[in-house]
Write a protein that binds this ligand. Structure first.
Ligand SMILES: [Zn+2]
Length: 394
């Protein structure tokens, strides 16, 4: 079975890569920013708005979807794409991060993690095998290995212990994924569509298939190791031996200073195979995602643009705007004069401020659409700058 294909179209001297990631549901232009759709929704933003903004891949959270509505109902309904009516690419995390950050009464053993649901206190046990089973049922284009996100700060002994767990779980995630990946709910659909496509018959469900070159899910390994460079190195080398479809750098943006984030990314990137996609999880501010993309990070995700939007914070070409502020009460200029998004083309700062003041739900929607547009536009600009310059016209 063919998993993802990754093409590098151009490279900059600093290591930045302009690429193309071919997934079963979408061809994704990289470097890419992936909006976070925690519970099968990018909070406050409808799917058609995400499509219009040009989002090609979004995240879903395994922990949340497992607890509610449950991965089995989603499997029976054809997978997460179909359930949430999102025809483009999806990536699911392993659930590990939320188990460690949201649930209570955790007990970690070599086998897995026992935890209580943050919703109703019910008891659950996650193993790498279970995380992979859930992610296969959800049917994301990209599945993540089950890992332990090492907290910050973590001394050497603690980081080493955590890393041993992550590496053992990576191997088990990989083995279980390879044995069960054919169980993805949309596999037959993709094959039928491909057969119809080859016969030249337009298939009614062809809207669900962005590419016929990738037929199945892909699995990424996650490099951990805390802020210890040699542990990061050890983890990256071991994961590369296990041969994943792509590699993530996890355990960053967990409270460490920003120059340390950059140091770890710069340390790990050269250790990862050049021909596979590289994903830095959970970053960052607008200038960070640009900086990391220029160093050769192909994929990033972060809740920041949508979470900040719900707190009335807008990222703009003029800096951060707290749109709640009184100074905007009669400001009829667009939120960001340089932005071409549907919100900036239509509404004023005064109106967005009023929506926040009046506690109107449209506030979260409009602020989120603008912030996502701003993030996606940064990546578009970076992609363009990484492309070879066209020959000058005479
Ligand atoms: Zn805008």
């Amino acid at each position: 079975m063919v998993s993802l294909q990754f093409q590098i179209l151009a490279e900059s001297p600093a290591g930045g890569r302009r690429g193309r990631l071919i997934l079963p549901h979408q061809t994704v232009e990289t470097p890419v920013f992936m909006p976070v759709g925690t519970q099968g929704t990018v909070k406050a933003v409808p799917q058609d708005a995400l499509e219009s903004l040009g989002a090609e891949i979004i995240l879903g959270n395994t922990y949340h979807l497992y607890l509610r509505p449950g991965h089995e109902p989603i499997r029976r309904m054809g997978g997460l794409h179909k359930f949430m009516s999102w025809p483009r690419a999806l990536l699911t995390d392993s659930g590990g991060f939320q188990v460690f950050s949201l649930s209570s009464l955790r007990k970690v053993t070599d086998d897995g993690v026992q935890f209580r649901s943050h919703l109703d206190g019910s008891s659950h046990f996650f193993t790498p095998e279970h995380s992979i089973d859930i992610q296969i049922a959800l049917g994301a284009d990209i599945v993540m290995a089950f890992d332990e996100c090492t907290e910050y700060p973590a001394d050497r002994a603690r980081a080493e212990k955590s890393l041993r767990l992550t590496m053992a779980w990576a191997q088990r995630s990989r083995d279980h994924f390879r044995a069960h990946q054919h169980e993805v709910p949309w596999r037959n659909q993709i094959e039928q569509d491909q057969a119809s496509h080859e016969r030249g018959v337009p298939h009614p469900s062809s809207a669900w298939v962005g590419s016929h070159e990738a037929h199945t899910q892909s699995l990424f390994g996650i490099v951990q190791g805390g802020m210890h460079r040699d542990l990061r190195r050890q983890c990256a080398e071991r994961l590369v031996e296990m041969d994943f479809d792509g590699y993530a750098i996890g355990g960053l943006s967990v409270g460490e200073p920003r120059d340390l984030t950059l140091e770890i990314i710069s340390e790990v990137l050269p250790l990862l195979p050049k021909d596979k996609p590289r994903y830095v999880m959970g970053v960052g501010y607008p200038d960070e995602i640009e900086q990391y993309a220029r160093l050769g990070v192909d994929m990033m995700d972060c809740v920041l643009p949508t979470r900040a939007a719900r707190h009335a914070l807008l990222f703009t070409s003029e800096g951060r705007l707290n749109i709640k502020n009184k100074q905007f009460a009669e400001d009829q200029s667009p939120p960001d004069p340089a932005c071409q998004c549907p919100v900036c083309r239509r509404y004023s700062r005064a109106y967005l401020r009023h929506l926040v003041q009046a506690n109107e739900p449209l506030s979260a929607t409009l602020n989120s659409i603008h912030n996502l547009a701003y993030y996606l536009e940064i990546m578009q600009r970076v992609r363009k700058s990484l492309e070879p310059n066209p020959a000058p016209a005479n």
